[in-house]
Ligand binder design. Structure first.
Ligand code: PLP
Length: 344
């Protein structure tokens, strides 16, 4: 499947991409402004920023590979999984982040899509049944996008132990919001497990493109062979250093997202709208057959949410980013208005 990004409005309230709705830390902008002429003229040295990222994630030297957005990490993982193997396949657990299918397609991997279980319970049995020796890559997202649900830890470990030759890529794009990560002893034990992180969401660096793969160096080696030597430009490097250094900004934003999620839950509860409590910075809720019309009505007011109706198991659902509280309030006021006018 080829991934085509939804249209990106230049202005308005963007609650459809799970971005940081308030923007990056002021420290990031200060770092960008301090870039010198020779900084742009010379190829970047990634050693200092990589060490800083290893300290940030609490892993030993050699365990972090920075990438041009996590998307690049997803691409090289798929390529490494398929490299030199006929019939290699990738498992994608639906509803899933669309890039996994795009990366599998780009790498020539056969895609095995696992349908969701009732109420999005993690379909461990079905994944295990599908994981034949041809399966070289299993893509997981914890917490999942678009549901916001966590994957049970024993399910992740069960899949990690399955087969040493099968890469298990655990995409933790929203770990800052869940407060949970696989980074730790498990990565020492299982050299087929890769953790993906991004600075695009909680840290507000989506436009600068910074991601990371975290794993034992043995697990990273085959992926490193596939990466170009200078994936990150100097703006991304400087921004990343500043973002990692501003823990207070991150904590404040995670708190905003938490308060926004509560507003979304309260809105849904008061109106009998089904929603799934989320470990991430967005909430999936079921508006029913009107989902598309309501999404369009909000867009007409410059408020963008994501219609997920066509994703497996997500019939009638929309996904709304939970960012800065005042943004969530603006969205909910407009949504209230639209729902009220439709029920008249
Ligand atoms: C947003 C997102 C990414 C992409 O991260 P980038 O660093 O912007 O490439 C990866 N995985 C998931 C699940 C996401 O939602």
């Amino acid at each position: 499947m080829t991934y085509s990004a939804p249209s990106v409005p230049a202005a308005g309230l963007r609650l459809h991409f799970n971005e940081n709705t308030g923007g990056c830390s002021p420290a990031v902008l200060a770092a960008l402004r301090s870039i010198a002429p020779t900084d742009t003229a010379f190829y970047p040295d990634y050693a200092p920023v990589t060490s800083a990222a290893e300290r940030y994630f609490g892993v030993p030297a050699g365990w972090v590979q920075l990438t041009n957005g996590l998307d690049e990490g997803l691409h090289v993982a798929a390529q490494a999984a398929g490299r030199g193997r006929a019939n290699a396949a990738a498992i994608i657990v639906e509803p899933a982040f669309e890039m996994y299918a795009a990366c599998a397609d780009a790498a020539g991997l056969r895609e095995i899509h696992i349908a969701p279980d009732a109420d999005f319970a993690f379909p461990l049995r079905q994944v295990l049944d599908a994981a034949t020796p041809d399966v070289r890559l299993i893509n997981l997202t914890d917490p999942n996008n678009p549901t916001g649900l966590a994957i049970p830890a024993d399910a992740i470990e069960g899949l990690a132990t399955l087969r040493p030759g099968t890469l298990l890529l655990v995409d933790e794009a929203y770990a800052e919001f869940s407060g949970r990560t696989l980074v730790g002893p498990l990565l020492e034990r299982y050299r087929n497990v890769l953790v993906g992180r991004t600075f695009a969401k909680a840290h507000g660096l989506a436009a600068l493109r910074v991601g990371a793969l975290i794993a034992h160096p043995d697990a990273l080696a085959p992926l490193r062979r596939l990466l170009p030597p200078y994936s990150l430009n100097i703006c991304a490097v400087r921004a990343l250093e500043a973002a990692m250094g501003d823990r207070a900004y991150l904590d404040a934003y995670v708190a905003q997202a938490g308060a926004s999620k509560q507003l979304l839950y309260d809105f849904c509860s008061a109106r009998g709208i089904r929603y799934w409590p989320s470990q991430a910075n967005f909430v999936l809720l079921r508006l029913g057959p009107d989902a598309g019309v309501v999404t369009a009505a909000l867009a007409a007011r410059g408020i963008y949410i994501r219609d997920k109706s066509s994703a497996p198991g997500c019939e009638g659902c929309v996904r709304i980013t939970a960012g800065v509280v005042e943004h969530t309030r603006a969205c909910l006021a407009a949504l209230e208005d639209i729902l009220a006018s439709r029920s008249r």
